[in-house]
Design a protein around this ligand. Structure first.
Ligand code: OOG
Ligand code: MG
Length: 258
């Protein structure tokens, strides 16, 4: 492990990049051996900085649960990041592009938990902990120049978390494994896919979230949101677009980009 002062300095640098919407350089440029454990420790410090400013932890997001996303970004390990209340924009609301460096948007599935999940769980245990589901849009924004990073870089940067929009919560569907998702900009489809792309079934992403959180000594708490990961590659956001996601039986969600 790198020393605490080193991790603190990296967390400060990434936090400043996020707050000022100015890109910074990759950690692995200075320190090629920066490890995944250091990256998650940095991510924890980054969230502590947000919490010290009054933000509240509301859940976690999974990353690279779909092959299309992993290929788009050139990595292939499932990762996770943390979500705070300040990252949420309401369905139909407005996002100000000035907050971000080079934001992208992607179609996702959200779970809301009614029970704690900690450590490895099977699909039945995960299912029993789902209170509600919703279609979701995730806005990711790497704090690294050119949206380029190694796995440890992106994990330290809270897995590019920056904003999310949730559609209406509904009763869990019995089968989430193959729901068509179409994301459109001003009514024109820009990405289309299926929830099957998310580890074959977004429920598997929830199991992975519980396992990875457990490895980090955390539990997924009742009331928390879990974003299962994108079903398609992400699409660069542009000002003036109205982004919509149609997820059939899962519902719709949208956001206006100012
Ligand atoms: C990392 C975040 C990946 C997903 O849904 O796969 C992610 C990134 O691509 O910058 O959120
Ligand atoms: Mg995502």
């Amino acid at each position: 492990m790198r020393e605490a002062v080193t991790l603190d300095a990296i967390a400060e640098r990434l936090d400043t990049a996020a707050r000022t919407a100015r890109a910074t350089h990759q950690i692995t440029h200075d320190d090629p051996a920066f490890a995944l454990a250091d990256a998650y420790a940095t991510q924890g410090r980054l969230i502590d900085l947000r919490i010290s400013r009054g933000e509240r932890l509301v859940g976690v997001k999974m990353g690279f649960t779909s092959r299309a996303k992993a290929l788009q970004m050139g990595v292939d390990d499932v990762i996770w990041g943390r979500l705070t209340d300040a990252m949420e924009t309401l369905d139909g609301g407005r996002l100000d592009l000035g907050r971000f460096v080079h934001p992208r948007i992607e179609p996702e599935v959200a779970f809301r938990l009614s029970r704690r999940l900690s450590g490895p769980v099977d699909r039945a245990e995960a299912t029993a902990a789902i209170e509600a589901i919703a279609p979701a849009l995730e806005i990711i924004d790497s704090r690294y120049a050119d949206f380029k990073f190694a796995l440890a870089d992106v994990v330290a940067d809270n897995s590019s978390s920056s904003a999310f929009v949730l559609g209406a919560w509904r009763e869990p569907l019995a089968d989430l494994s193959d729901i068509a998702m179409t994301m459109a900009f001003n009514g024109v489809a820009v990405q289309a896919g299926s929830t099957a792309a998310i580890l074959d079934d977004p429920l598997n992403a929830l199991c992975a979230a519980a396992r990875l959180a457990g490895e980090a000594g955390l539990s997924l708490e009742p009331g928390w949101i879990v974003l299962a990961g994108a079903a398609t590659p992400a699409e660069a956001l542009k000002s003036g677009v109205h982004v919509t996601l149609d997820a059939g039986p899962l519902g719709q969600v949208g956001v206006h980009v100012a």
